[in-house]
Design a protein around this ligand. Structure first.
Ligand code: NAP
Ligand code: MG
Length: 498
């Protein structure tokens, strides 16, 4: 393999990459010619692809090249109405009536088809979203299939999930998802809803709708009864029309806290059930007794995975004071070795930022960090001329009240803070409106348990970070939302118990 490698010394004096010799890999591009991205996608309503009533389509691009990949239909209020009516009809006529073991078979079929088509789905996810192919190939797509497998298993066992209760579906679910894990978020939403006997209208994010429509093709191939799953594309207005449609019984939303609050306000006083999975500003807490090299890898994975477009990203690093200097030194070296660039290259660690708007948001917050007096370290790597890119970055000397310590950046930017005692770590870690996730690094099991009890976070990782499993519930406290997805808990929002 050494022939594939070449060393190149392009260290900039004073740059973050320090004295480590940099290794560069020859490009290893994933092929794209086997992927069928249609030039235009219509709405998936009632089991068919139909033109939008609006007669409008919008372009969707590859954020790594800014090239147009396809155009997606823009659903207006009439289209939303059509989709909800089809979902209602399917609910009354078929889905609520068929044997739960039959529902399970359909869901298994979707899982199997995702596995069969995983290569094309991974490439499409990477082209439309900007994430490295090694992530979409090894994380997003396998986990999406795993969620359908997991919930298929529950479909005919609901009386064991909720013993001594009568379990009924809620009805028609409206589901709205963000752009950071497009197919995986669709799987998180659809699988438990279908398993519990609900029908669905799903709206993906406008910048990353392609794999949702590829999933619609899979759902057609799996021969689901028409109308059980409807997938409608569009921008925020399409989402709002779905939220406010009187025919929807439940709304499940994953996205920003700002939009989540707006949805909660507009549903107040209605019969609709609601779950919200919103933003985060997770603390990743490293004690002096932690295995430092392992922790550095966990910190890197915690913040730079998926360009930091992760609601549970470990975006606030809390270091015990005695290890500040060695850990910061190792972080400087490590970010210099992250490969930033073409997401289709199998060696790429950090891909493209999902959109120009998101890039501008990151830039604005990073400028505020420098203005508020924090010290910035940035990888000196080169980035492509076209597309949306942001170099892996971290700040030291961050004031707890500064914007970069309080606001969600949703990009590859880490804020480093310090603490002396476990009590101080807990107090500082909990000092945010969010409460989605946290990480704790220490040799001491008893300390892990104590920290886990006191941290106000839905998910706590110990000596690891960003690990996901369909059997494990996920969700937040405070302004990170309410309701859980995954595991047995993930069925609760989709059932009525009597
Ligand atoms: P966003 O702007 O809130 O959008 C999320 C979804 O809602 C998109 O499909 C969006 O459509 C739609 N939408 C926008 N305005 C709407 C409205 N008024 N009514 C109904 N739907 C509306 O969030 P984002 O910027 O796409 O995603 C990033 C955010 O999601 C971050 O804050 C992140 O923390 C959060 N997130 C949370 C989790 C979790 O599980 N807790 C997981 C992933 C992401 P358009 O795309 O067309 O705008
Ligand atoms: Mg948006």
């Amino acid at each position: 393999m050494t022939s594939q490698l070449e060393t190149r010394d392009r260290l900039t004096p004073g740059a973050a990459s320090s004295a480590l010799a940099e290794w560069h890999y020859s490009p290893s591009l994933e092929a794209t010619d086997h992927v069928k991205i249609q030039p235009r996608y219509n709405l998936f309503i009632g089991g068919k692809f139909v033109e939008p009533h609006s007669k409008r389509w919008f372009e969707t691009i590859n954020p790594a090249t800014e090239e147009t990949l396809s155009e997606m239909a823009e659903a207006d209020a009439e289209d939303v109405d059509r989709a909800v009516k089809e979902a209602r009809r399917a609910y009354e006529k078929t889905w609520r009536k068929i044997a739960p073991s039959e529902r399970a078979k359909y869901i298994y079929r979707i899982a199997r088809l995702i596995q069969e088509k995983s290569r094309g789905l991974a490439v499409a996810e990477t082209m439309n979203g900007g994430k490295p192919i090694k992530e979409s190939r090894d994380v997003d797509i396998p986990l999406a299939a795993a969620h359908f497998f997991y919930y298929a298993g529950w479909a005919d066992k609901l009386e064991y999930a909720f013993p001594n209760r009568t379990v009924s579906p809620v009805g028609v679910a409206g589901q709205i998802i963000p752009w950071n894990f497009p197919l995986l978020m669709a799987a998180w939403k659809l699988a438990p809803a279908l398993a519990a006997g609900n029908t669905v209208v799903l709206k993906p994010a406008e910048t990353t709708s392609i794999t949702s429509l590829m999933l619609a093709e899979i759902i057609q191939e799996a021969d689901l009864p028409p109308g059980v799953v409807n997938i409608i594309t569009g921008a925020g207005a399409t989402g709002a029309a779905l939220v406010n449609h009187a025919g929807v019984d439940k709304i499940a939303f994953t996205g920003s806290t700002e939009v989540g609050k707006r949805i909660q306000r507009s549903l107040a006083g209605t019969h609709k059930k609601l779950t919200l999975e919103l933003g985060g500003k997770a603390p990743n807490i490293v004690f002096e007794d932690a295995p430092i090299d392992q922790a550095v890898e966990g910190i890197i994975n915690g913040i730079y995975f998926n360009q930091g477009h992760v609601c549970c990203a470990g975006s606030r690093l809390f270091l015990q004071e005695s290890i500040l200097e060695p850990v910061v030194r190792k972080l400087r070296e490590r970010i210099g070795t992250l490969r930033v660039g073409n997401p289709l290259d199998k060696n790429t660690d950090v891909g493209a930022i999902n959109s120009r708007a998101q890039l501008e948001k990151i830039q604005e917050l990073v400028e505020s960090g420098t203005e508020e007096g924090a010290e910035i370290f940035q990888s000196s790597c080169s980035v492509p001329d076209r597309g949306f890119w942001f170099r892996p970055t971290f700040f030291t000397g961050v004031a707890a009240s500064s914007r970069i310590a309080q606001e969600e950046i949703f990009g590859p930017v880490l804020s480093v803070l310090t603490f002396r005692t476990p009590e101080e770590a807990i107090e500082k870690a909990n000092n945010t409106p969010y409460g989605l996730s946290a990480g704790v690094w220490t040799e001491k099991g008893s300390r892990i348990l104590k920290m886990a009890q006191k941290l106000r976070a839905g998910v706590i990782w110990a000596n690891t970070y960003n690990k996901f499993d369909p059997a494990s519930p996920f969700g937040g406290y405070k302004e990170s939302g309410f309701g859980r997805e995954g595991g047995l808990h993930g069925l609760s929002p989709y059932v009525v118990l009597t």
